[in-house]
Design a protein around this ligand. Structure first.
Ligand code: ADP
Ligand code: MG
Length: 360
């Protein structure tokens, strides 16, 4: 096992105008499960391929287990990789697929068999060892790809969207299996996904990427509860964080965010914003529909029953705010709803930089 340290990694593809990764630095602790999360094209795969040695950085350094591997060949880095398109050999039985890498490395047949059986047991593939991949489901085939990676006893496991080709139900069950497996193995893991739920569910920490840079790297609850920027708050959550922009007014009782009709208390720590625009960030599930004594009034535009909750789209002085209400919630179209905005759930952003403001 090993820690992975990335220092100021820069990569620009030939002919590209923008950097695919722009001075990315990241430290992944020994045994840690780190998720790289971000929209398509933000540089996740490029970063992973540089760690694997499949892509050379223009500048920066990659250190694995204290050793500089920046320019080392892939096969000398002692890592294994699982790709999005599970490349299993159709003409090899499951057992031979799983043991392939070991055979190539000249591992004795008895040991190959022992390790294949171990991995098959972990991934519930034992009944299928003598079958050909064509006889397996997509989820089973992907498990074969994971089994092949884990038998290698690599220091570092790299996975690039390994669940994205599975249907929704299978992805859900395999996600839980993968989480259990990797925590049992304790292998340092770098896992790429564009799926925020997957990232939050799997990661010890989540590094949220945007335009080749890391926007925030922290524990799942921290990136979700305290998004460092409006980008992170807007990327995580379904529906994402609401943002309401107004102007800070000084009133007798303190600062208030004037939304153009209604207003809301602003923490005293932000009094320097008096006369300036300020943005409130609030999660849909943090807003409560109150009985007439809420801080804001919103006009109901759409009510979507989602089974475990009811999603409300409301209009507050011309700005759209989503509210996650209990499943039993009922209201009429265009009804004016009293919305309570709990102060402790409010996050404040500078609309110019869109960065989180410290208020504590
Ligand atoms: N082989 C390549 N040649 C040229 N441009 C590439 C290549 N691979 C990726 N890119 C570009 O680099 C950027 C980052 O891509 P990538 O790392 O694949 O992002 P992600 O995995 O987050 O979707 C994108 O703008 C993409 O178009
Ligand atoms: Mg990718």
């Amino acid at each position: 096992m090993a820690e992975v340290v990335l220092r100021d990694l820069v990569k620009t593809y030939p002919g590209a105008t923008a950097r695919a990764t722009d001075e990315v630095s990241l430290e992944i602790a020994d045994g840690e499960f780190m998720v790289l999360l971000g929209p398509s094209g933000c540089g996740k795969t490029t970063l992973l391929r540089m760690v694997a040695g499949l892509e050379m950085p223009d500048a920066g350094q990659i250190v694995i287990g204290g050793k500089d591997v920046t320019y080392l060949e892939p096969r000398r880095r002692n890592l294994s990789m699982v790709f999005q398109s599970y490349a299993v050999f159709p003409n090899k039985k499951v057992a031979d697929n799983i043991g392939f890498g070991l055979q190539v490395h000249g591992v004795p047949a008895g040991e190959v068999r022992r390790k294949v059986e171990w991995a098959a047991d972990l991934l519930q593939l034992t009944p299928y060892l003598d079958r050909y991949p064509a006889k397996l489901s997509g989820g089973q085939r992907q498990r074969v790809a994971v089994a092949r990676a884990i038998v290698m006893d690599a220091d570092v496991l790299l996975m690039d969207e390994p669940l994205s080709n599975l249907d929704a139900l299978l992805r859900l069950s395999f996600r839980a299996e993968l989480k259990k497996l990797v925590s049992e193995l304790g292998t340092t893991t770098l896992y790429v996904t564009h799926d925020q739920v997957e990232a939050l569910s799997l990661g010890d920490r989540v590094a949220v990427m945007r335009n080749g840079e890391i926007a925030q790297c922290d524990a799942p609850t921290a990136v979700y509860d305290d998004p460092a920027s409006q980008f992170v708050g807007g990327f995580l959550g379904s529906p994402p964080m609401n943002f309401l922009t107004g102007t800070v007014e000084q009133a007798a009782e303190g600062s208030r965010l004037d939304l153009g009709g209604q207003s809301l208390t602003v923490p005293a720590a932000l009094s320097a914003y008096a006369g300036k625009p300020l943005t409130l960030g609030i999660r849909p599930e943090a807003i409560e529909v109150a009985d007439g004594d809420g801080a804001l009034t919103g006009e109901l535009q759409v009510l979507e029953p989602l089974g475990s909750s009811a999603l409300l789209t409301t209009d507050i002085d011309g700005q759209t705010v989503k509210v996650q209400a209990p499943p039993s919630f009922r209201a009429d179209p265009a009804e004016r709803l009293s919305l309570r905005i709990p102060p402790e759930a409010c996050r404040w952003y500078d609309p110019e930089t869109s960065l989180l403001l410290e208020v504590r």
